[in-house]
Design a protein around this ligand. Structure first.
Ligand code: ZN
Ligand code: ZN
Length: 229
């Protein structure tokens, strides 16, 4: 059935594999390697499930190195990952700009849509949305990584330093609790903030946003990136 409706999708990985590829590509971009144990945490599944999926992915040519500590994307795997990330980000912009979906729901909704976007529809979205370098959360489109390099992790700011929030990392986007918390308190891309206090022994920092003080753990703060002012 699916084949008849979407003939151009035949060479694409399944939905599950596309989700794995997306996460793996972000890990490779940020850490230079894809550690299988970290993947289980990120995907929210048991390690044996990851092991099984990785074996299937190696068989199908998306990755190499199954059974070792870190796996690698093949050229085909990386291209497929970049394709689904592009479709995810275009879907996010579509939801934000055309459908006015609240920002905190955009990532989840886009996850449902991204797999169904054909190459033809992707081309039309690009045309309608114009040239984008980052998603609505400030994460770079594949190939646009240099755009975000000027931004500093919030955990690298000292007390008294301020900036504009530019980016909420993919791994924070992925956690509905985190994104809802941040957005409810005005920490959206474009928000001005100032660091009031940093408590390393407590692993927290306090920022002033819209004249309110907000305490964040380092675990979340390291996924927020600011342009210093
Ligand atoms: Zn997203
Ligand atoms: Zn996004």
């Amino acid at each position: 059935m699916t084949r008849a409706i979407f003939p151009s999708h035949d060479s694409r990985p399944t939905r599950t594999i596309e989700d794995y590829l997306m996460t793996m590509s972000v890990m490779e971009r940020d850490q230079g390697e894809i550690v299988a144990a970290r993947l289980a945490e990120r995907m929210g599944v048991a390690p044996p499930t990851v092991t099984m999926t990785l074996k299937r992915m190696e068989r199908d040519g998306w990755i190499t190195g199954t059974g070792r500590k870190a796996v690698r994307l093949t050229e085909t795997g990386r291209a497929a990952a970049h394709s689904v990330i592009r479709r995810h980000m275009l879907a996010e912009w579509l939801l934000v700009e055309m459908l006015k979906v609240p920002l905190e729901q955009v990532h989840e909704e886009a996850h449902g849509i991204e797999h169904a976007i054909s190459p033809q529809l992707e081309a039309r979205l690009r045309e309608a949305l114009g040239d984008r370098q980052v998603c609505p959360h400030g994460n770079p489109f594949p190939g646009c990584e240099s755009v975000v390099q000027a931004w500093t992790a919030l955990t690298d700011l000292r007390a008294g330093e301020g900036g504009v929030l530019r980016r909420i990392h993919e791994f924070a986007e992925d956690d509905p609790q985190v994104i809802t918390f941040l957005y409810a308190r005005g920490l959206t891309p474009g928000a001005s903030l100032r660091v009031q206090e940093v408590l390393p022994f407590n692993q927290t920092l306090t920022v002033e946003v819209q004249e309110n003080a907000l305490t964040l753990g380092f675990a979340v703060a390291r996924y927020l990136f600011v342009e210093r002012t």
